[in-house]
Structures are given as structure tokens and as C-alpha cells.
Ligand binder design. Structure first.
Ligand code: PLP
Length: 372
């Protein structure tokens, strides 16, 4: 029986093991565990990679989102528009900043925030739009910026699934006022534990976030604001520096394997991902839509194929968010697609043979189910 994980971290880490061990060893020898040179050098490298001035490493993607929002002046009484089909962290960060999430439906083709739904969601309290580059495909940023400019709103990116993705030749992370990344292990750039970062060209936001992540202090025992303890761990930063050098190559492999899935699955009539012109996605997830999804998922899992659902419920249907969100219009696509979407195994270490095997399983399952 085969076993194809959704994300194969084991092979990745086996391959990088000696480099990672020596990077961790250097941090231990250098005695700098909280901030210090390992964090600074990763921050510089990741800012350069994204094409922005500043990177501020923090403890998680959720904290990156929350500090990015607070540091951009968003707080109590404000509304922030995002999409209903994202991971809960996006909405949670808006609430942790003290503001109210306004959830709009996604575009059926791309799963990203549908700019055509923004105008109806904007009120006098709206402060910002927070698009998510879901599954690693950049959001329709030009259309979002046009509406934001008309209404004087900030645009901030949730880039937690889009390390290295390009929109019109520019990297996600450089497409708005600021962006938040997650380095959760399974992300395209993942640590060996939690981590996150804010990237921005905005000097003031960068300075605030650097202070806020470290107890509100830039100079030891001088506390200029009520901060948090959410620093990017130095050992994680050292690991991320090793992995960052591989990111482009890994993303290329993800695109190649996704293209193979596209070929194999479209010929059997499965709904494959639709990619906008002018973008280069990084396939954090490869998401198809199929009828009888739950049965297909169960059969795949029985065959040892690690498929998943991202996400099985819209944010609104989560007890923690049932109250406290504004939903100007029904989330028709979100409500429907969460019953049909299916994430197939995809990572830089999945082989072509494994992609063939997954596609063949889907073919037999969808075929079987199509004939009564
Ligand atoms: C992973 C993720 C986050 C949160 O990141 P953590 O590091 O797990 O806190 C936020 N938004 C999206 C879209 C994500 O996929």
C-alpha cells in the first residue's frame, strides 16, 4: 500500500539535515537565542527576497497579521474587509487588533477575494482591505488597489501561503502597504516550529513592529509602548536562512508537479485550479473540486494518500466567529465550495510517479462514482 503525504517534510529535512544541524550549532555556539545575528541576517535576506526594505521576524503568522494591523493604526471601531474562505487566523488577527472582520465572498475561479464584492462591503468605518493570496496564487491586486484608492483605504496582504509568488513581476509581500507571512512548518518556507514575519517599505510601521514584538523596547529596559513577547526564534531564523536559498527551486518543482496534475486530471474532467494571467503561483496547495468529495477523500485516505480540505468550514460557521463578524452579502461560493474542494498531495518532494498514482486513484474513484 502506498503512502503519499500531503506534505513530505521528512525527505526535505533528510536532504538538508547537515546544513540545518550546522546552522543550529552556530546559534548555540554564538549564544544569541532571542533576536541577535541569526534573526537579523534572515530578516535582511527575506526583505531582499521579497523586494522590500524591512522584514520583522515574529513568533507566528497570526502575530505577524495582528501586529501588522495594529501597527497600521487599525483598532477599535474599525472594519477590515477580508474573505470568508481563509484560515481563521486572518479574521482572528483583525479581532485581536480590536477591529471587526467584514467577510466577502471569493471569486469562484481563483478562490481569492472577489474585488467586485468590495464596494458593497465598504462603510464609513472601513479602514483596510486584507486580501489573502490563497493556495499560493496572488490576489487580483490591481482591482483591489483601484477600489481602495477610491475610498481612501489601506491594503495589507495575508501572504502566509504565498512565499515567492509573483504578481506582474513583483513578489507577494511587496504588493501593498505591508504583508504578513507565516513560517509554520508546512508552508512553502517553513521553520521547524512556529514563526512569522511582517515585510514592508514603511519605516514607521517597521519601527513600531520591531518595538512591539520585543516588550515595547528597542533599548534594553526602556519600554516605549505596551508590547508583546513575539520574537522570531533565533534557531528558527537560522533554519529559515538555510531553506530560503532553496525556495525558488522548490516553488519551480511545485509548479511542475501542479502542471502534471493539470494534464492528468483535466483529461478526466476534474475541475483543476484556474490561474490568472500575469501571475506566477507557488501552489502552497493544489486544490481541485470534485463531486462526492467526502467519499473520494475517504477512499484516498484509505489508500494512504494524504489529501485534505482547506478549509472544511467557512469562518462564519465557526462558533468563535459566529458573532462579531459582518457579512454584507451571503457567502454563496464559500458555503458551496467547502463541500467540493479537495487538496491533493503537493510539495517539492513529491515525485512524478506519485503524482501519477494520485491522479490514477482520482480517475478510478471519480469514474466509479460517475457510473451508478
Ligand atoms: C498559516 C496561515 C496563517 C497563520 O499562520 P500561523 O503561523 O499558523 O499563525 C494565516 N493566514 C493564512 C492564510 C494561513 O494559511
Amino acid at each position: 500500500m502506498s503512502s503519499i503525504p500531503l506534505v513530505n517534510l521528512k525527505t526535505m529535512h533528510d536532504e538538508l539535515r547537515s546544513e540545518i544541524d550546522s546552522a543550529i550549532g552556530k546559534v548555540i555556539d554564538g549564544n544569541g537565542f532571542c533576536l541577535g545575528p541569526a534573526v537579523e541576517s534572515f530578516e535582511q535576506a527575506f526583505a531582499d527576497y521579497c523586494g522590500v526594505k524591512h522584514c520583522i521576524g515574529v513568533g507566528s503568522g497570526l502575530d505577524a497579521l495582528t501586529l501588522m494591523l495594529k501597527g497600521s493604526g487599525i483598532g477599535s471601531g474599525d472594519e477590515v474587509i477580508t474573505q470568508g474562505n481563509t484560515f481563521v487566523a486572518t479574521a482572528l488577527a483583525i479581532q485581536h487588533a480590536g477591529a471587526t472582520p467584514v467577510l466577502v465572498d471569493h471569486d469562484r475561479d481563483t478562490y481569492n477575494l472577489d474585488p467586485r464584492r468590495l464596494s458593497q462591503a465598504i462603510t464609513s468605518r472601513t479602514k483596510a482591505i486584507l486580501p489573502v493570496h490563497l493556495y499560493g496564487q496572488p490576489a487580483d491586486m490591481d482591482a483591489i488597489h483601484i477600489i481602495a484608492q477610491e475610498h481612501g483605504l489601506l491594503v495589507l496582504e495575508d501572504a502566509a501561503q504565498a512565499h515567492g509568488a509573483m504578481y506582474k513581476g513583483r513578489r507577494c509581500g511587496s504588493l501593498a502597504g505591508a504583508a504578513a507571512f507565516s513560517f509554520y512548518p508546512g508552508k512553502n518556507l517553513g521553520a521547524l516550529g512556529d514563526g512569522g514575519a511582517i515585510v514592508t517599505d514603511d519605516d514607521e510601521l517597521a519601527d513600531w513592529a520591531r518595538t512591539a514584538r520585543n516588550y515595547g523596547s528597542r533599548v534594553k529596559y526602556q519600554h516605549t509602548l505596551r508590547g508583546y513577547n513575539t520574537r522570531l526564534d533565533a534557531i528558527q531564523a537560522a533554519v529559515l536562512s538555510v531553506k530560503l536559498k532553496r525556495l525558488d527551486e522548490w516553488n519551480r518543482t511545485r509548479r511542475a508537479r501542479a502542471a502534471l496534475y493539470d494534464d492528468l486530471l483535466s483529461s478526466i474532467g476534474v475541475h483543476i485550479p484556474i490561474v490568472l494571467k500575469n501571475v506566477e503561483p507557488v501552489y502552497h496547495l493544489y486544490v481541485i473540486q470534485c463531486p462526492e468529495r467526502d467519499g473520494v477523500l475517504k477512499s484516498l485516505q484509505e489508500r494512504g494518500i494524504g489529501a485534505g480540505i482547506h478549509y472544511p468550514r467557512s469562518i462564519l460557521s465557526q462558533p468563535a466567529f459566529a458573532k462579531g463578524c459582518i457579512v454584507p452579502q451571503p457567502l454563496t461560493h464559500s458555503d458551496k465550495s467547502c463541500h467540493e474542494i479537495l487538496s491533493l498531495p503537493l510539495c517539492p518532494y513529491i515525485t512524478e510517479e506519485q503524482v501519477l498514482e494520485v491522479a490514477e486513484s482520482i480517475r478510478s474513484l471519480v469514474g466509479e462514482r460517475a457510473t451508478p
